[in-house]
Design a protein around this ligand. Structure first.
Ligand code: ADP
Ligand code: MG
Length: 178
């Protein structure tokens, strides 16, 4: 079994859960946003400022293909940016290359995390709206796309350890580490 992709909105826990899942499976973890920023030597905000959202989206799609790499049979956990699913080609790429989990949470829970997380709050606003309204609006647009991309949906409001346990059960994989 090849890559494990985590999709979901900002603050759904893709990075947090991805790191823990990779630890349990004793395999590499990559984050498409981190990969992109390291490669370009710029933050997400800087790339958006320099190249606009379409430019960022193109970089993001490129990053997904780079981190997935080949051979696709190497086990790895890939956390994706919240907007990765907007491009239909990215959705089918992930579905074909591995198992895709959607970390799903209600807008209120996501907004609460974003308010608490200063780093997340610094990410550029997509709409300029109030936090809960913005998250609600973005979810309304993207929820169907996350669902379409995903093989499995996980409750992202559970504890990270529980989310990982559910993912491993769905994969039929015992953890390599306790
Ligand atoms: P993402 O990578 O999807 O944007 P992060 O993993 O960066 O999300 O998590 C965003 C914030 O939410 C962080 O402060 C993190 O500690 C917190 N968080 C992530 N997953 C959970 C969880 N399952 N329960 C509670 N808080 C969480
Ligand atoms: Mg992240």
């Amino acid at each position: 079994m090849a890559a494990i992709f985590l999709v979901g909105a900002r603050a759904a826990g893709k990075t947090t859960v991805g790191l823990e899942l990779a630890r349990l499976l004793d395999c590499p973890f990559t984050d498409t946003d981190q990969h992109l920023c390291r490669r370009l030597g710029r933050t997400v905000a800087e790339v958006v400022a320099d190249e606009g959202w379409p430019g960022f989206r193109a970089r993001e799609s490129e990053a997904l293909r780079e981190v997935t790499g080949s051979p696709a049979s190497d086990r790895k956990v890939v956390a994706t940016g919240g907007g990765m699913v907007l491009d239909p080609a990215n959705r089918s790429f992930m579905r074909e290359r591995g198992t895709v989990f959607y970390l799903a949470a209600p807008a209120e829970a996501l907004a609460r995390r974003l308010r608490r997380d200063p780093l997340a709050a610094q990410r550029p606003s997509l709409t300029g709206l109030d936090m809960v309204e913005e998250v609600r609006q973005v979810l309304a647009e993207r929820h169907p796309l996350y669902e379409e991309a995903a093989h499995h949906i996980l409750d992202a409001t559970a504890q990270p350890a529980e989310i990982c346990a559910a993912a491993l059960r769905l994969l039929g994989m015992p953890p390599s580490r306790a």
